[in-house]
Write a protein of this length. Structure first.
Length: 151
């Protein structure tokens, strides 16, 4: 749970009115430690509030467009959503398990990516760099009896 982010202020700063639905979706994403699917977001919010599934998708699209959240591919046509980098949350790599499709945020220092040379040589504008590491998570390794590699 993030105690540093003022979600209403983030929406206002992006030119969006902090409506109840926008706040609920942004808080749900910002208060989780890993990216979430639209289905997870809808199901969790719908437990306590009346909310239309289509509204969740519209809010997610709006928040992505205003760069408050990031959309990550989770294979196929589905996506996961996480808080976009901001003053309280630095850019960081992600680990995607190819067995259970869970995505976890990794420590920003776990994999340093220097884009300075790319920015110098690439003729266009780079808006975002997304680093995703794929493999099998520890839980899935235990379930399918793959010995854990420890270095």
């Amino acid at each position: 749970m993030c105690h540093k982010c003022d979600y209403a202020a983030m929406l206002k700063k992006s030119g969006l009115e902090p409506t109840e639905n926008r706040l609920r979706v942004l808080e749900m994403i910002g208060n989780n430690i890993a990216p979430l699917s639209a289905e997870d977001i809808f199901n969790t919010i719908a437990r306590n509030h009346s909310l239309n599934r289509v509204t969740v998708y519209r809010v997610l699209k709006l928040l992505v467009t205003h760069t408050l959240i990031d959309r990550f591919s989770s294979g196929g046509r589905s996506s996961l959503y996480g808080l976009a980098p901001n003053e309280n949350h630095p850019p960081h790599p992600h680990f995607y398990c190819r067995i259970c499709s869970k995505m976890d945020c990794l420590n920003p220092e776990s994999l340093l990516v220097d884009t300075l040379n790319l920015e110098k040589t690439f003729p266009g504008q780079i808006d975002k760099v997304e680093v995703r590491i794929e493999g099998v998570c520890n839980n899935c390794m235990k379930e399918i009896n793959i010995p854990s590699k420890r270095i």
